[in-house]
Design a protein around this ligand. Structure first.
Ligand SMILES: Cc1ncc(COP(=O)(O)O)c(C=O)c1O
Length: 388
């Protein structure tokens, strides 16, 4: 890899950190047993998975039996939504979500809609926040699930899941229902507390590759007693909730990465928050018409989403790439298209402002000097584009 790259796209993915690589490495060619087999080699693999499960459960403050390892965040979200919908379809067919969810929540919900479910999409305010009272007001007797993300991947806005969960459950109780609450916490790990009891959630999704584990491993927390039809059936692994031979090295990596992310969380928040604030104030100092997207009081410390009126985000990204700075516009999965981000549009930005946005996302290895280079590069690139 080019050592000179200034990587500011940690919300898209992160490199695997050395400690995680060390932890997973023995499970490829030495402790390679199938955890379902009986002999000693399999016991080693079983122990690796069990230890990873304990690490995840400690961070989520839940039982180990409530932790399901999956193939990625997308699978965790699909399993939560389709799994609960399928298990509870005879009790009700109404689901509530927000307009700024990741596509791995919105697209499965579209599928469920075409399968006869009724989906209410809650609007957000101009900072991207869901109104908890409005969420509760949307609950009906037949509402079976509410899915609202803990932190948004494009603008970093953080939702008050604790309050949303409390209010929607109270309303559901009043109506004689029993709503389940799911939250996509893919971007929140290592930045926000993930105590599932405090959050009051029944299901919570995580993915490894945003926290320095490899791509291709995820977690779904499923509170005991939550009805869930598995997406994959077969050998019955993960207590019947996710069949398929366990990806032992990646599961070990997930456990190690989440534990490290939680241990270093406060330091990460302080450090990246300081760099983010410096980047924003310097860029706005040089270009006062720069708009910072996202709720200024409720946001992740490591993401800044900026709109530069009069220029499109894509050429800014190309200009940054020319200087070996990696950043993103909107989410990585939709960056191939020029469609304005559904998140920014839901926040009320004009189409012109939405397509002018650039996301910079910091990581544990981001430095002050890198941030300074971005701060001098962006105004130069934007000025050049505006002059064209
Ligand atoms: C908020 C959010 N949810 C879900 C996902 C999907 O995770 P994965 O890439 O592991 O499928 C992502 C990652 O792009 C994300 O940012």
């Amino acid at each position: 890899m080019d050592q000179q790259v200034i990587y500011l796209d940690h919300a898209a993915t992160t490199p695997v950190r050395p400690e995680v690589l060390d932890a997973m490495q023995p499970y490829f060619a030495e402790r390679y047993g199938n955890p379902s087999s009986l002999y000693g080699l399999a016991q080693e693999a079983r122990d690796g998975v069990a230890e990873a499960r304990e690490r995840v459960a400690a961070v989520l403050n839940c039982r180990t039996s409530e932790v399901v390892f999956t193939g990625n965040g997308t699978e965790s979200n699909n399993t939560a939504l389709k799994g609960v919908a399928s298990a509870l379809r005879d009790r009700g067919r109404h689901i509530i979500t927000s307009a700024i969810e990741h596509h791995s929540v919105l697209h499965p919900l579209e599928q469920l809609e075409s399968d006869g479910f009724d989906v209410t999409v809650l609007p957000v305010d101009d900072g991207g926040r869901v109104d908890a009272a409005a969420a509760a007001a949307a609950v009906r007797k037949d509402t079976i699930l509410v899915s609202v993300m803990l932190a948004n991947n494009e603008v970093g806005t953080v939702q008050d899941i604790e309050l949303i969960s409390r209010l929607v459950k109270a309303r559901s109780n009043e109506l004689g229902g029993d709503v389940k609450v799911h939250s996509d916490a893919a971007q929140a790990a290592g930045k926000l507390p993930l105590d599932t009891k405090t959050l009051g959630v029944d299901l919570l999704s995580l993915t490894g590759h945003k926290i320095y584990a490899p791509k291709g491993v995820g977690v779904l927390f499923v509170r005991r007693g939550t009805p869930l039809e598995p997406l994959l059936s077969g050998g019955g692994q993960e207590r019947q909730r996710r069949s398929g031979t366990e990806n032992v090295p990646y599961i070990v990596a997930m456990g190690a990465a989440l534990e490290l992310a939680e241990t270093e969380r406060e330091e990460f928040v302080t450090r990246t928050g300081r760099l983010r604030d410096m980047i924003e104030s310097s860029i706005q100092g040089r270009m006062p018409d720069t708009k910072i997207n996202g709720d200024r009081n409720h946001r992740l410390p490591n993401i800044t989403n900026l709109s530069f009126p009069g220029v499109q985000g894509e050429p800014v990204l190309l200009g940054l790439d020319f200087k070996s700075i990696a950043a993103s516009s909107g989410s990585a999965c939709s960056s191939a298209s020029v469609e304005p981000s559904h998140v920014l549009m839901a926040m009320g930005l004009s189409e012109e402002m939405a397509v002018s946005s650039v996301r910079l996302s910091l990581g544990r290895e981001s430095t002050e000097s890198e941030s300074q280079q971005v701060v001098s590069a962006i105004p130069e690139i934007v000025a050049r584009l505006r002059a064209m």
